[in-house]
Design a protein around this ligand. Sequence first.
Ligand code: AMP
Length: 306
Amino acid sequence: MADNIKQLIENKYNEAYKTNSLFFNDVETITKTNSNNGMMYWIRFAPSLLVKPERGDTPSNEDPLAKHEPELLVLPTLGPQLSDDDFKLVLNKFPVMPFHTLLITNKYIDQKSLLTPTDLYTCSKLLTQMNNNNDGNTPHLIIYNSGPHSGSSQNHKHLQLLQFPSDGTHSTFIPFQDRLCNDKQPFIPTKDLTPLQDKLVPFAHFVVPLPANPSMDHLMTCYVSLLQYILPYFKGSMHPSYNFILTEKWMCLVPRSNIRAKSLPVGFNSIGYVGLVMIKELQSLNIIKQNPNLIDQLLLECGFPQ
Ligand code: AMP
């Protein structure tokens, strides 16, 4: 893996932003804390996402992630070349924050596929590199939205690399999973040793703290163990829908029941389940500003109760 990926992403993003090759506007961002459970929300009003294709908008014979735009290509290969686990790095055309990057398999693989040991190891190494070259800024996360209700919009297998928000004007953002794993020793979940869960957070979630520099085996065993906890939510279904979230400190899986909430027209993918909430319509933003605790309800409507 190249050792200057953060710089390559930043250079490509700045260029693409200047030439209008991607759609990003930061109209308004607010931070709120849920008064029942302390979950932090970073809420961005993002009308630019109204032009982002949603699930079903892309014709089935089109694959915009395979046919990436050259202005968005950061690196043509990342993993072991010519293997199924080989990714290219492409800037997200509709970033939710600056430098939002996609890891797209070079060969077509379905987004419903499981992550492989190499996928997990590549992601872990990439996170370490991104965080080490970070000048004390907030850490990065990698997400995978898998299955029809996970919030994924493209069928070509892709993970997404983002940074937790910090722009100086808002307090440091701490996802609830960080609090949950604070001072916890790494472990591998078993039938008896359950993953960590915050009892005050209403949607089902399963978190495991990770050691520094985890091995490929360790990452895969954690992932497979967490999958055992979400599969019971999908009895009889061929394709479980779940969000996978990886940081250097923990891995989290969230089983998903719906793309969009019922109480308000707000949809979520993995980033919603760390508290990063994108709102496309002003009316919804105003309702949420009045009552930020409502976000818990929306996340629950798209997940499952604990
Ligand atoms: P998901 O919605 O989780 O499937 O992620 C797919 C991502 O691809 C979304 O975040 C979109 O913003 C992004 N996307 C859609 N079309 C393109 C494109 N032509 N080039 C780059 N990124 C895209």
